[in-house]
Design a protein around this ligand. Sequence first.
Ligand code: GLU
Length: 464
Amino acid sequence: MHSMKVRTRFAPSPTGYLHLGGARTALFSWAFARHFGGTFVLRIEDTDLERSTPEAVQAIIEGMQWLGLQHDEGPFYQMKRMDRYSAVLAEMLGAGTAYHCYSSPEEVEAMREKQRAIGEKPRYDGTWRPEPGKTLPAIPADRKPVIRFKNPLEGEVTWDDVVKGQITIANREMDDLVIARPDGTPTYNFCVAVDDWDMQITHVIRGDDHVNNTPRQINILLALGATLPKYGHVPMILGADGEKLSKRHGAVSVMDYPAQGYLPEAMLNYLSRLGWSHGDDEVFSMEQMCSWFNLDHLSKSPAQFNPEKLAWLNNHYIKLADNKRLADLIKPIMHEAQFDGAPDLEAVIALLKERANTTVELANSAMLFYRQPQPEAALLAQHLTDAVRPALQAFAAQLVTVTWTKADISAVMKSTLAEHGLKMPQLAMPLRLLITGQLQTPSIDAVLELFGREVVLSRINQGL
Ligand code: GLU
């Protein structure tokens, strides 16, 4: 299908954390490259010196690593490419596709004022734009020029957006963009165009907040004689209330999610479905995603962030996850846990993970097995009644010799209940209190099995 090798890129501006929207466009670009055996490039757009920080670069790279969105080339930093931009600017000045403009900011503002006054769209009026036979004004002393791109006056820019369909902008809607400042530093749209050209990007997938930049970048690329990439502008992510996704809707930074107990495969699966679909498939691996993802089923309408669905997927992947891996994740957050002589953490996880939406929930429920029980006196009085004591004593006596399996423990429990004419909760509740300090636990036979004979007997006897 593609004679050319597919090359995509993720090009974040390092001005903050990696947010969900950025992670999703990164995922789409990555999956598309993987689908075609292509190359995924990471480019750091750090030319905004006031807002870019090394911490943000680190946060973005960490977020990509956590998700496993491995880049094949880069990271390339725009700040390290200044010589290249200067060279391209010089070429364009030489070729006449760009020109020096000596209008001062005040003059530009004055021309805009004038245009607004007569109801025209404010724009640069072309004072310094060279044309055949035109005499340019005298160059003012001591003024450093900006460089402007010589945008075509006639015609239009058209591209077939992979997401939005055909988009057409008349050239007369665009004025001559400043591509270098008076100090010579290049501006945003120019750098993006040069980079996409140099890095031979074939498909630009990005948020639709960039759709207005595209005709400008296309014109610059055409002036450079570049082959145009295909563009796909993905709609933004909204909160469940239809508003733009923000902190109000929960965490927006990808790296808040591991701390809140989410697994990367759940996040990836969830992000895949934000604005993209493959039939009715909701649960799939990244291998499947990469084999399916070809840009054909990107949605034109904004996606809505749904934390319940993310939690549901996370529970699904927790259930699938290896117990050892989960143990490594939760052990560091089980503060005050006493692991000495306590049940095996992986066995505890096997019992509890079914009900855990996050690894934080899993850690909290696992604590049941790793702290000294401190049953409330009132609860004990309520459940450990004189009617129940003899049954509990008989039960404990049998536990001394029973084969220590869930099934055998359960059988002994049932025969004890029958002998004493009691119902299950009458024995299970005091047992829960004595062994764990709580009334809510997983099934009591499983809990007893995990704690082991010694601990169970000592806690029952202590209670009696
Ligand atoms: N640096 C831009 C951003 O972070 C993305 C530019 C692009 O993808 O073309 O929003």
